[in-house]
Design a protein around this ligand. Structure first.
Ligand code: MLC
Ligand code: AMP
Length: 515
């Protein structure tokens, strides 16, 4: 077995570092410079620290910290040491973190110092042996402990099928599932994208990526970071997205990746011009539908055609509009073609293939598709077909030329500013509030976030409910992006013959509620 090359994703990323390790790898928006040597040595020190903890095979390293280059180094170190990275959205509050840590049973938890007071007891309760802190000002106990370790480290040997990361994705019944992604899933996808999106080797001028997404989800953590690292490309690193600042830095960059909200906000900046984009090679959008209006406005203003792609936590990237015009044009409203190696099919309710552009359920397979959900074998079985295709829960069609269009979702999901919100989770919280008989949460159009949640709530007989109090109650318990933007107390909800709430009707009725 040891004769096989090391399939550890870190080994592939490290092999792409430029020969001159003193060159700049990451430049933060506030002017800090990190060389490739800093990434190499910093990840070695943390990997040595993890090794010294004597963790068991497959140990999970759960991380809820603000975005920083040190957090990126922690990710690299976790891969390097052969452990499983488990990133958590910084917006999650204690009840949410309690669930993730309880479910994942991480060996190590890394959190912000300001949260340690409540994270530490949760971690200890779940049997976690090591809790470290990491802040976005290069401080915290993790770096203090790592500084006592050496800066040379041999990359742990891993097979393609070994788990590299667990990404929690909300479940339709309200409880999140941890999608396990292997070194092989992540590496194969990154290699395909390097080629498909034409990342430029240094000899051809190289690339500079503006990284302005959070690093706790697939888009910012895998697609963007792996893209740059696997090409040995510099990143301009924003700890938080700021449309004005990003537009100001465009003339130093060549690649940008964002969710549609980022494009909407940049279009509102008067300094976004063709001239500002003169060095840019590629703008990529994904994680949520890009409105055709945004696609057209961007082309008109900048002269660039946004490349829209489609993916998910369980599969990393699945489809992409073409980079190369030889393969076809980038079509607004579509997510392009299945990536090389990805099989994507559309089937009807009977499981029959949809022919001639008919709409159906999207199913996928390929080296990028995850092996299953963490400790949920039954859920995993349900989500795969008998012949091994993963049911995405997205509804779409494939046209005669092969372009895939997502037309909706069979899963009851709201995508708000690129974050997923599962109505069942919000409804569950509302239904537990005193005086509430029932609730329904729906997604409605929103100019900035694309879609936002609206809650419809029915009071129990004799109870009086205040919409603002309901929203405040949710804010105290849930990550802020999950809190509906509006709440209405209603006397009834439309139902079908089976008694099921008809959310399609509600979405129509409340279409303009959040505009
Ligand atoms: C922030 N708020 C949101 C929100 N983000 N509300 C709904 N949806 C969102 N996405 C709310 C906050 O609760 C707060 O409300 C107010 O807006 C301001 O908060 P903020 O923190 O200042 O917002 P901002 O920093 O401007 O964040 C907006 C954003 C961010 C668009 C930059 O949401 C973001 O980075 N989104 C990207 C998500 C992402 O990376 N998705 C990839 C998933 S991977 P209040 O009331 O508290 O003031 C995936 C697979 C794939 O899907 O295909 O890629
Ligand atoms: P997540 O669970 O956060 O990984 O979100 C994945 C979901 O985001 C997919 O199943 C799609 O519903 C949606 N998605 C990702 N990219 C796109 C896109 N380009 N257009 C429409 N929906 C998208």
């Amino acid at each position: 077995m040891d004769d096989l090359p090391n399939a550890n994703l870190f080994a592939a990323l490290r092999a792409a570092f430029p020969a001159d390790l003193d060159r700049i790898a990451v430049e933060t928006d506030d002017g800090l410079l990190y060389s490739w040597r800093d990434l190499e040595r910093g990840s070695a020190r943390i990997a040595n620290l993890l090794d010294a903890l004597g963790l068991e095979e497959g140990a999970r390293i759960a991380v809820q910290v603000e975005k920083s280059v040190e957090a990126l180094v922690l990710y690299l170190a976790t891969l390097r040491a052969g452990h499983v990275f488990l990133p958590l959205n910084t917006a999650y509050q204690s009840a949410e973190i309690d669930y993730f840590i309880g479910n994942a049973e991480p060996a190590v938890v890394v959190c912000a110092t300001r949260n340690a007071g409540w994270v530490e007891p949760i971690a200890q309760g779940a049997g976690t042996r090591h809790v470290f802190t990491l802040d976005d000002d290069r401080s915290g106990t993790l770096l203090e402990a790592a500084a006592r370790h050496g800066d040379q480290h041999t990359v742990a040997y891993r097979n393609d099928g070994d788990i590299a990361a667990v990404i929690y994705t909300s479940g339709t019944t309200g409880r999140s599932k941890g999608a396990m992604l292997t070194h092989g899933n992540l590496r194969s996808n990154a290699e395909v994208l390097k080629d498909y999106w034409g990342w430029r080797p240094e000899a051809q001028g190289g690339d500079v990526l503006i990284h302005a997404l959070p690093i706790f989800h697939v888009h910012g953590l895998f697609v963007a970071i792996h893209g740059a690292l696997l090409n040995g490309s510099r990143m301009i690193w924003f700890s938080k997205f700021d449309a004005k600042r990003v537009v100001e830095r465009l003339p130093e960059a060549s690649v940008f990746m964002g969710v549609p909200t980022l494009y909407v906000r940049m279009l509102a900046e008067p300094r976004l011009t063709r001239e500002a984009c003169r060095t840019m090679r590629l703008f990529i959008s994904g994680s949520a539908p890009l409105l055709i209006e945004t696609f057209n406005a961007w082309r008109e203003r900048t002269g660039h055609t946004i490349l829209e792609r489609y993916g998910m936590s369980e599969t990393v990237m699945l489809t992409s509009n073409p980079y190369d015009t030889v393969q076809g044009e980038r079509r607004g409203g579509t997510v392009g073609f299945p990536l090389p190696g990805v099989q994507l099919r559309v089937r009807d309710d009977q499981g029959e293939p949809c022919a001639g552009g008919e709409i159906g359920s999207i199913e996928v397979s390929g080296p990028n598709v995850f092996p299953g959900y963490w400790r949920m074998p039954e859920k995993t079985r349900e989500e795969f077909t008998e012949d091994g295709f993963f049911k995405t829960g997205d509804v779409g069609r494939i046209d005669a030329l092969g372009y895939v269009t997502i037309v909706g979702r069979s899963k009851d999901l709201i995508i708000s500013g690129g974050y997923n919100v599962y109505p069942a989770e919000i409804e569950g919280c509302i239904n537990e509030m005193p005086g509430v008989a029932e609730s329904a949460v729906i997604g409605v159009p929103h100019a900035d976030f694309g879609e936002v949640g609206v809650a419809l709530v029915i009071a129990r007989a004799g109870a009086t409910l205040e919409p603002q109090a309901i929203l405040a109650g949710l804010k105290a318990r849930l990550a802020n992006f999950k809190v509906p933007k509006r709440c209405f107390v209603v006397s009834e909800l439309p139902r079908n013959a089976m008694g099921k709430v008809q959310k399609t009707l509600l979405r129509e009725q409340y279409r303009s509620a959040a505009v």
